[in-house]
Design a protein around this ligand. Structure first.
Ligand SMILES: [Zn+2]
Length: 319
């Protein structure tokens, strides 16, 4: 098995959009598909040519999760060469912009932001989500997709690793000791565990899931992990340890914030991220809510509904 990375630089904090050509037993796969830009398209074609291939040689596309910067070129590739596109099952309603799902999702965030005390800022965000739904037809993945099962690939084992997104999967090649890691583990930044509803509209405990997924990844023996952004990772276990410490450090900071007095998630977000609260509202709230859920699941904090808003307080440990 041979892997040919395609690393497309970006000025954003992600550093690069990475996707991978994988040659295995005579078949050629593309793992993830970058962003939908002519730059990514050129990088893909140049990489193929550089290694003696062309688009015609691609046999299949395999996707790690539904985010736009991982599926960008799928339709463009498939329209010129009709090959199977394998995706995690939970990615399908998201990739296909399923109306019922996204209406439920908007209702979920509407209720969430109200209950987290976000007030006007929450309403602004809901308006943005509504506006985004208007461009769904344009953003909807047009290609047919095939859900990935345990036996879909001969040499790659798909492993469910939710947290960063509910549908996230990594792919492990036992023989070569190689992991295609999507956005589970990045070298230069910790990947966000974004708050999302599940298919029934219940809030997923994303930070908790992300932590479990990181531990699952660390339990695998691999020589190299190919991430969705940034530098290739050669010691994934050490990096997982670092990320796990990061999660508990952040959780403790929020916990000690509640030491003084009970607070709402919105209050805490404003304390920690004054400017970013307005600039990157959904990211910031996601981070605080995710960690509050994490603390609650670990028996560190509890919450009470007061006037329709959740107020969190620290649980005193019994001496
Ligand atoms: Zn992502």
């Amino acid at each position: 098995m041979e892997v040919f990375p395609i690393i497309v630089p970006t000025r954003s904090s992600l550093k690069s959009f990475n996707f991978y050509i994988m040659k295995d037993e005579g078949s050629l796969s593309l793992i993830d598909a970058g962003v939908n830009s002519s730059k990514c398209w050129d990088y893909l074609n140049e990489a193929l040519h550089h290694h003696g291939f062309s688009l015609e040689d691609l046999d299949q596309i395999i996707i790690t999760h539904n985010h736009e910067d991982h599926v960008g070129l799928v339709d463009r590739i498939v329209s010129s060469r009709n090959i199977p596109v394998y995706v995690p099952e939970k990615a399908i309603c998201r990739l296909k912009r399923d109306r019922d799902f996204f209406e439920m999702r908007m209702e979920f965030f509407n209720k969430l932001y109200k209950e987290m005390g976000c007030g006007v800022e929450g309403d602004v965000q809901i308006k943005k989500l509504g506006a985004a739904m208007a461009s769904h037809e344009e953003k909807r993945l047009k290609s047919d997709v095939i859900p990935i099962g345990k036996q879909t690939f001969t040499s790659l084992e798909p492993l469910e690793t939710p947290g960063h997104s509910p549908d996230h999967m990594i792919y492990y090649d036992h023989g070569q000791k190689v992991i295609f890691g999507g956005d589970l583990l990045l070298n230069h930044i910790s990947s966000n565990a974004l708050v999302e509803p599940d298919e029934s509209g219940n809030r997923i405990k994303t930070v908790l899931e992300h932590e479990q997924s990181l531990k699952k990844c660390a339990s695998i023996h691999a020589n190299v992990l190919y991430p969705g952004h940034g530098d290739i990772i050669y010691d994934h276990r050490m990096l997982v340890e670092k990320r796990l410490r990061g999660i508990s450090r952040k959780a403790s900071k929020i916990e000690s914030e509640l030491e003084q007095e009970p607070r709402t998630a919105s209050d805490i977000a404003l304390t920690f991220y004054k400017d970013r609260y307005y600039e990157q509202f959904s990211l910031v709230m996601s981070e605080i809510i995710g960690h509050l859920d994490y603390l609650e699941a670990n028996g560190k904090v509890t919450k009470e509904l007061s006037g329709g808003v959740w107020v969190y307080r620290k649980l005193r440990t019994q001496q």
